[in-house]
Each structure stands twice: as C-alpha cells, then as structure tokens.
Design a protein around this ligand. Structure first.
Ligand SMILES: O=C([O-])CC(=O)C(=O)O
Ligand SMILES: [Mg+2]
Length: 642
C-alpha cells in the first residue's frame, strides 16, 4: 500500500493484470497502470486524477482506461497495446489494458467513449449506471443522427466545429463518420474549410489539439514530447505555420493543418489515431493582423530565422528520433519554400521525412498526368509542361515528371527536365536569370529569351499541360484558358492552389472557357459543372490521395527512409485505380469514396519498393502486401469492453 496526500493507494488492479496475462502477452510492452483507489478500496470510487507520479509516467508509455474484449478487435482497434516491430495494429497480440477510469471519466475520454452505445453489460461493469439515459443505440444510428445534425449547418466553419467536437468527444464515432461519408466530410475537416478554421483558430479555439512547441521550449523539447500521453508514435505532421495552404503566414494558428492531415492519415490510410501526433512549431509570425489580434494564440513576435530557427528545428528533429526511434515518419507541412527545401535536404538522409507539399503533391499530380494521358494520348515525353508557380509544389512536381520521363525513356534527367518550364513572379525561368535564382529553381532555367507574362509564356512554349501551383487565385484567366484550348485539342489544366479562394480558376471557368474540352482537376474540390447540356465532373488533385497510403506503406514495411522511387510507385498505384467509368465522367482521379482500397494499393507498392531498395526493416516481407496493408488498417467500429 502506498500513501499519497493521506489517501491510500493499492495496486489491486495491477496484480489482477499480471495474473491474467499469458506469458506471450507479458512479452510485449504492456502499459502498467496502477489504479488509484479510495481509502475503502472500492473500485467504483476510482479516480483517475489521483494517479501517482510514477504511474503517470508509465501511462505516458501508452496506456488507456479500458479492458477490451479481444474478439471485438479483429480488423483493428488495438490502439492501447503495441508490439515492438508491428505495423499500425497488432492483431497477433491480445489487447489488454487496465481500467483506471470511473464511469464519469470514461464518458469524457474520447478514445473509449461510446456515448449511448454502451451496452447494458458495459454500463454495469464500468459504473455508468445513471450517467446515461436508458436507451442503448447502435453506432450506425449515432452516425445517422450526427450526419443529420451536421447537414443542418449551412456555414462550413460550423460544420468544421461540429466535427471537431465529435473528435474530442468520441474518437471512433468521428472516424466512422468520416470514413463512411468521406466525400461529404473531407471538405469539412480538410481543404478548403480547414483553411478558414486556421484563419479563425484563435477565435474558435476551445480545447488544445496536438502539441505546441515554441521558442519558449528551446532546450526542453524532449520534455515537451514526453508530455504527450502516447509514446508509440508512428506519424508526426509538423508545421511552422509560415505558408498555410495558399493563405500565407498564419503562425501558431496553422495547427489546424497537422490536425486535419492526421485525421486523414487515420480515416484514409488506417493509421491508428493514437499513433498520430500533430505538432506546430511556433517561432513567431510576420502576419501583422495576427500580431495585433487580441485572440491570437501564438508567440507575439516576428519570426525567428537563421541560426535560432535552425537550432530549434534541429533540437526538435533530434528529440523526435531519440524518443520515437528512427521509424517515426515526420511529415513537413506548409513550411515556406526557403525552409521546406532545406529541411528536406538536411534531414532526408538521417530521418524518415517526407514533405507533403513538395513530394506528396508531386506524386498525386504525376498520377493525374499518367491517367490524363490515357484520354489525351501520347507518353509523358511527348508533352510539354508549363507551371505557374515555382515553389515547393511546382518544382516538386516538375522534378517527379522529369524522373518519370527518364525512367520511361532512359534519357538523362537533365534532358527530361527540358520538357518542363516554370513561370514565377518574375516571368519564365530562363538561363539568363540563373545568377539570381533560388537553388531549387536553377535546374529549370532553360535557354530561352526572357518572357514576363504567363500568357506570353504559353504562346512561346506551347504547353500541352498547364499547372497552377503559385498559391495565387484567379490567375488562369479567360485568355489563358482560351489560348491553351487554341493550342490543344484537349488541354490539360490543373489548378492546384488551395483553398478554393486561391484556385487559379474554377471548374466552371475551365469547362466554359475551353468549351468543354479541358481535362481539368483542382487542389480544392469543385462540384459538377453543366456546360452546353453536358455535366462535367472534376477530380481533386490533392495530396490527400497519396500521403495516407504512402505513410501506411512506410509503416507496414518499417521503412527508415523515403526514396523518390517510392513516390513514383505511389503515383503509378494511384493512376492504376482510375477506371474507364471514371474517365467517362471526365475524372482523372478515382473517387475518394474508395480511398481506403486505394490507400492499401499505394501502401503495398510503396512497401514493395522499400523492400526492394533494402530500406524496410519489418522482415520477412509479407506475401500479399495489399491484403496485409488492409489487415493493418484501424477500424473505427466500437470494441466491446468486458
Ligand atoms: O492541404 C491541402 O489541401 C494540400 C496542401 O498540402 C496544400 O495546399 O498545402
Ligand atoms: Mg500543405
């Protein structure tokens, strides 16, 4: 018996656990939790807030509050126990955790709460009697009710807030809702609404999500990471908020992005939620509006740069590897160009890192192009590509196109790059500008006389494919689209900038101005367009197709590095999922409704590449990687608590 503040604590539950565990179960890392009992030791009066220091420390290694019926976990749900080298879920290990929660706190624990779906037996076993009204409802009915409620909100931000409330209240319900209504809810929890949520994050802020690491935490980042309740992290999405979508510097309020991206890692890629960690690094903001906004939640100072910035990021990257090991995937998201390329180059050879805006966008767009060519004809090498925007997305896509052309034709990369031209704010990137170009633009400085305007670059280069990646809205004007249409029977036009307000043109503009001839896709979603009596659908060329499956592939193979060939493999896997039926509707991407299947195929191809390149550590390689990827996916169905 241990005494703390005059209250007695006994570790009855703990000994119960030890007795119940088989030897194989003990072999895995079972989080040891000592339930705090009141002086009379009646478990009904357990109070999770009275846990001892040491217990809390152990809980940080990944504990939960509920003993789960193993029969109810098939297909996922083992988010409390983990093996050493397993994928996202471990079905070979009987899940086992110890209850530390009172019924009251159970209802407030989003990882385990089931609301009205707690069965009669569970209500008895977990001290829930009286805390819920008598009715017991199925998860499907809860979904039906919530969808009905969400549809009542006309304002997208209200829908976003409703979804965040559900996520904070009942995690499994949130994910089931999202998975089963993905096409309707993706624009709510993700692009475009998440952009508005970040802009207003200070005002709508209720409960913190994710981990905030600011300059104040310099020298203490390892300790900060230890404050996060889960230790077995598989994916981190981190931003410093400097370039949130096409909305610019939103400082600390960029947190909405890692939170949104990670909810897609789970919903679309099946990574269990407890293995996902959203992080915002706050080094200040140069956004005057935010600095003067009384509701701003971040550091009220201008951005740290140079050595101060590099040191904080380095401490972060080192701490992450120290605490989570070398197989944790760190996804850089929405960093400004000048840092994004440097971070990827600096940590690409020592950490499992991935930049979604450079590599994820590149991979999804390459997939779109591979499938567009089935409609337009020719091989990649037969086409000419012109970009508006030469930042992370533009140069990232350009490079992947060139790599794929070289792979297909065997010509050197330098030659393949000549098929690709980029326009930035100063005009066409040409060799006479070489001296003043940022390093990531230099490979694209081809021989040509200077051209200032996009429209003149189109007339000079005569591209077959036009890609917008500048973050500046309404730049594909009527004249731009008409010129592309005069040059091509089926011009491929991709307006990638996000959110909707920053899109280079709308779907309606693309179809109307091209007289229905454009092959169009956009970064933010657009609804169907009717032109001349025909309905045109447009795909969403968004990295959400790629990163969840890519992440799953890296995790199941235990990959230790991301390699360009994995991005090419992901593109090919995605393109292979586009059916004739999709093409007939004008789509060059498959519908998001099938995204979990798509992610499994992407994961399988990425994992296969990891094995082929010797970058996988989970050996032996599973025979059927698609089936294996599917079997590792988190299921949001409720588990039964004994
Ligand atoms: O978040 C999105 O929708 C796509 C993306 O990475 C960006 O625009 O930065
Ligand atoms: Mg992004």
């Amino acid at each position: 018996m241990i005494s703390l503040n005059g209250t007695s604590f006994m570790n009855n539950s703990l000994s119960g656990v030890s007795r119940s565990l088989s030897r194989s179960q003990r072999r895995v890392h079972v989080p040891v939790v000592v339930a705090a009992l009141s002086s009379n030791g009646r478990p009904g009066e357990r109070n999770a807030t009275l846990l001892m220091e040491t217990t809390l420390k152990e809980m940080r290694d990944g504990s939960s509050a509920i003993e789960v019926d193993p029969k109810s976990t098939v297909g996922g749900g083992v988010d409390d126990v983990y093996g050493e080298d397993r994928a996202t879920e471990d079905q070979s290990i009987t899940p086992w955790t110890v209850s530390v929660a009172s019924g009251y706190s159970l209802l407030r624990d989003p990882h385990h709460n089931k609301g009205l779906a707690f069965s009669e037996k569970e209500r008895d076993a977990h001290y829930l009697r009286g805390l819920l009204p008598p009715v017991v409802v199925a998860q499907n009915l809860q979904i039906k009710k919530l969808m009905h409620n969400i549809r009542q909100y006309q304002v997208p931000l209200q829908r976003y807030m409703a979804m965040m409330d559900i996520q904070e209240m009942n995690e499994r319900l949130f994910y089931k809702l999202l998975i089963e209504n993905v096409e309707e809810l993706l624009p709510v929890v993700y692009t475009p609404t998440v952009g508005e949520a970040c802009q207003k994050y200070g005002s709508i802020f209720r409960r913190p999500q994710g981990l905030f690491i600011s300059l104040k935490e310099k020298g203490k980042i390892l300790e900060v990471l230890k404050n996060w309740p889960q230790r077995k992290i598989q994916v981190i999405v981190v931003t410093d908020g400097e370039r949130i979508l096409g909305l610019g510097d939103l400082g600390c309020q960029g947190m909405g992005i890692p939170v949104g991206k990670l909810s897609l890692y789970t919903a679309l890629g099946g990574i269990r939620p407890s293995a996902c960690l959203p992080i915002t690094i706050d080094v200040g903001t140069n956004n005057e509006n935010l600095l003067n906004d009384e509701f701003y939640i971040g550091l009220r100072q201008r951005r740290a740069t140079g050595q101060e910035y590099a040191e904080l990021l380095h401490e972060f990257m080192s701490a992450v590897k120290q605490i989570y090991g070398e197989k944790v995937l760190v996804q850089f998201e929405d960093f400004a160009n000048h840092n994004a390329f440097d971070l990827l180059a600096k940590y690409g050879s020592t950490h499992l890192v991935f930049n979604d805006d450079i590599q994820g966008t590149a991979s999804v767009v390459l997939a779109g192009l591979i499938s567009a060519l089935k409609v337009v004809g020719g091989s990649l090498a037969d086409h000419r590509f012109l970009f508006l925007g030469a930042g992370e997305a533009g140069t990232g896509i350009a490079e992947l196109i060139a790599l794929e052309i070289s792979k297909q034709t065997g010509v050197p990369l330098e030659e393949s790059r000549k098929k690709v031209w980029l326009v930035d704010s100063k005009g066409l990137i040409v060799s006479s500008r070489m001296e003043s170009l940022q390093h990531f633009k230099k490979p694209w400085a081809h021989e040509h006389e200077p051209v200032k305007e996009l429209i003149d670059a189109i007339k000079a280069i005569k591209p077959t494919v036009l890609i917008g990646s500048s973050g500046a809205g309404s730049t594909f004007t009527k004249e731009v689209v008409e010129t592309m249409t005069s040059l091509n029977e089926k011009p491929v036009i991709l307006a990638l900038s996000n959110p909707t307000s920053q899109s280079e043109c709308t779907a309606e503009e693309a179809y109307t101005w091209s007289k229905g001839r454009a092959i169009f896709a956009s970064g933010s979603p657009f609804g169907p367009v009717e032109y001349d009596g025909k309905v045109y659908l447009s795909g969403q060329a968004n990295n959400a197709y790629i990163f969840p499956g890519l992440g799953l592939g890296l995790i199941i193979s235990g990959a230790i590095r991301v390699h360009d060939d994995m991005l090419l493999a992901a593109s090919e896997a995605l393109a292979a999922q586009v059916t004739q039926e999709n093409f007939d509707k004008g789509l060059i991407f498959p519908p998001f409704a099938n995204i979990r299947k798509i992610s499994a195929h992407i994961a399988a191809r990425v994992a296969a590449k990891a094995y082929e390149l010797g970058l996988a550590t989970h050996l032996p390689q599973p025979e059927n990687l698609v089936a294996y990827a599917e079997s590792c996916m988190y299921s949001p169905n409720y588990r039964s608590y004994r």
